[in-house]
Write a protein that binds this ligand. Sequence first.
Ligand SMILES: Cc1cc2nc3c(=O)[nH]c(=O)nc-3n(C[C@H](O)[C@H](O)[C@H](O)COP(=O)(O)OP(=O)(O)OC[C@H]3O[C@@H](n4cnc5c(N)ncnc54)[C@H](O)[C@@H]3O)c2cc1C
Length: 313
Amino acid sequence: MDQTPPAARPGTLQRWLTGPRFGALPAPAELPAPALSFEFFPPKTDRLEEQLWACIRRLEPLAPRFVSVTYGAGGSTQARTHATVARIVRETSLTPAAHLTCVGATREEVDEVARGYWAAGVRHIVALRGDPPAGASGYTPHPGGYAQAEDLVRGLKRVADFEISVGAYPETHPSALSADADLDFLKRKIDAGATRAITQYFFEGEVFLRFLDRCAAAGITVPIVPGIMPVSNFTQMARFSAQCGASVPEWMGRLFDGLEEDAETRRMVAAVVAAEQVRFLQANGVDEFHFYTLNRPDLAYAIAHLLGARPRA
Ligand SMILES: Cc1cc2nc3c(=O)[nH]c(=O)nc-3n(C[C@H](O)[C@H](O)[C@H](O)COP(=O)(O)OP(=O)(O)OC[C@H]3O[C@@H](n4cnc5c(N)ncnc54)[C@H](O)[C@@H]3O)c2cc1C
């Protein structure tokens, strides 16, 4: 509660002139277009396959640096991830990155999957420890498997000279012993051969900027690319965030409150929220963005456009 007597409070004009406002951010036109990447998941049905390919075709003209395809929890989508990535190589101008995890497979099996990617022309892997399959209690390394992402990075480098990206957690991985230990393991993944980290999504820009500072202080010099999640289904996202350690600010709950049955307004709100987030990051010098598209192109396309990305012939 503001205890200042009314006469001493700044008037409307003074507040407008001196207070923080969105318009104070530089116009994207003054900044170089950012480097983009888009993440997809492999489809389960013919209808979802069509949706994915419509999404890929819509985003392709934005000429992202790479597009990545996830690997289902417990390694459950191995064949579908491979088929999707191989089709991207064959039928598009895009550079794919295949996600690969340590879960549910021996080292030899994982190496074999990686060799299959190399043979299919895939040169970039997003190397992750992986989450256990639904219903499993906690993560247990497969006997004879790679235990952590760090081991996987090292193993992949032995298979072939892949470009390797790894995951990073601005709000600390939920099972980490401490924030510092988590950062130490990130550094170890990079020392093992990764050349980029892509973050778990987050919603407060300051969280990411603070994380960048901590990475720099820990001697991490590779690019840390913010993972951007445009939120079109708030309820679902809030549930998922609780599991993966991304905090959902209260103001976001208020913005989406009452829109549970109104998908169209939700999408407009989602676009504004994501636009403010990326513009804040861009104004603070961030020039690379990774979008979690959920195989829906519109929000990612609109936000990329706001950042200055334009289709190339
Ligand atoms: C960009 C991105 C993409 C993702 N894509 C997928 C996907 O396609 N499929 C999927 O299943 N999951 C995916 N995930 C989720 C990811 O698999 C989980 O977050 C998983 O729990 C951790 O994976 P990691 O590679 O970050 O693990 P790690 O870096 O191995 O870390 C996991 C935890 O173990 C700790 N740790 C690391 N090394 C050691 C060690 N040597 N000893 C003790 N503790 C250690 C870390 O501090 C951390 O708490 C993705 C996550 C991100 C950020």
